[in-house]
Design a protein around this ligand. Sequence first.
Ligand SMILES: [Zn+2]
Length: 486
Amino acid sequence: MTLKQSVHKTLQRSRVLRYKAYKKVGIARHRKKIDLSLFLMFMLCAATFPFFIIPTTPVPSSGYEETPADIENKAAEEQVHPDLGDSPVIAARQASLAELEKRVQLGELVMDMRSLDKGDSLLGLLSDEKVPTADRMSIVDALELMIDLRALRPGLTFMLFKTKEGDLLGLSVQVKDGETIAVVREEDGSWTPFTAAGRIETVSVRKQGTVERTFSGSALKAGVPDSVVAQVTAALDGEIDFNSDIHPGDSFDVIFEVKKTSSGLEIGGKQLLFVGLKTDKKEIARYAYTDRTGTPSFYDARGKSGEKTLLKRPLKARARLSSPYGRRRHPILMYEIFHHGVDLAAPMNTPIMAAADGVITQLGRKGAYGKYIRIRHAAGYQSAYGHMNGYRQDLKVGSKVKRGEVIGYVGSTGRSTGPHVHFEVWKNNKTVNPFGKNAIPSKQLSGFELEQFFSYAEELHPDFERHRAGKIPPVPGPRPFEPAAG
Ligand SMILES: [Zn+2]
């Protein structure tokens, strides 16, 4: 810990202690004025009686010599586990945050993740969550002791711990790498703020195996979670037919990322980072990578992404086309308008998938569209989904989604006559027929971005150099690929 950090910590702690003391005598509301007067009084004393402030004579010795055992005891008393911060009060609080997380894991409590959009405030977020006004003010008051709430950046994600009835018990937010600020509700209904270190960690998990009967069965058996298996099949869709191209004896290699708090509570979904498949005919290696426009995609070890068509019917069940793209008479408004998408009728709560890899740019109610999601893809494409019954819980504006990943559920919100999804595809800011050929062409990373990709991939997979120089057919182009030396 640097000097600056420890000064910051000490000031923070003294603020909290003062706040508690003021609260006890019921003057917490005026804490800024009181702090100022105390400071002025201190300065006055310091100026008038320097001898009382700065001792000039050494403290007389008590005559007792400390034994080595005493020194050891003292050191043991002073030592606190680094994970638990440096104060017993704070350590106890950390335990209570861990307790909330444990109770979420046990299913006693629910945890919601909410992030700040541009222009949002914490107060606004809390009022959206229907937190009672008095609690809202106390939470903000308490957190203000730790951080500058006006400087919260958009995208910051709060973890809210609630009872099943929806009462808030605590919230935490990771403000910068390694520091989590939290506030928990005490038994008397007051709110206590504290900081916690090293709360959220990201781990990469690698699972390898051999196909026994089917890829998905064997991958699950090898410990690949089913959400990741789904991401693998979506990533390789169009390239590999998992029914006819994969045979017993073929091998697979999967790396995915898991985010966890230190008490083991998983947050967000698991993300596929790498997939490798080796059949008797070919070997493929695909790296998930987000390019500088913020669009995620899968690349081979030479930085080339495959062509990806947009899904035509992004539903996890048979869907009936109830209204095509183009001119039509509107079923409710009864006059002719241009239908900018297709309507796919399906049972209530049928999962809706992302039509291609991309980033969510809108998520929320949008007039006649009802509950609505819009995704930005590569190559000028966007897709939109309307009348949803609900969204996948952890998604928000800015979330990255992969082709085929579930984003929400069929509903009938907004101006709608029955459960269906209104599905739109946009190309360069104009709608196009979702049933036409819509494909994101393959892309070759180049220059600095390619260098960045190489160093990312090299760190991710121990066999990267082999993938890069391997049997995979070279990318066609004017200059043949030359494997790097060494
Ligand atoms: Zn429609």
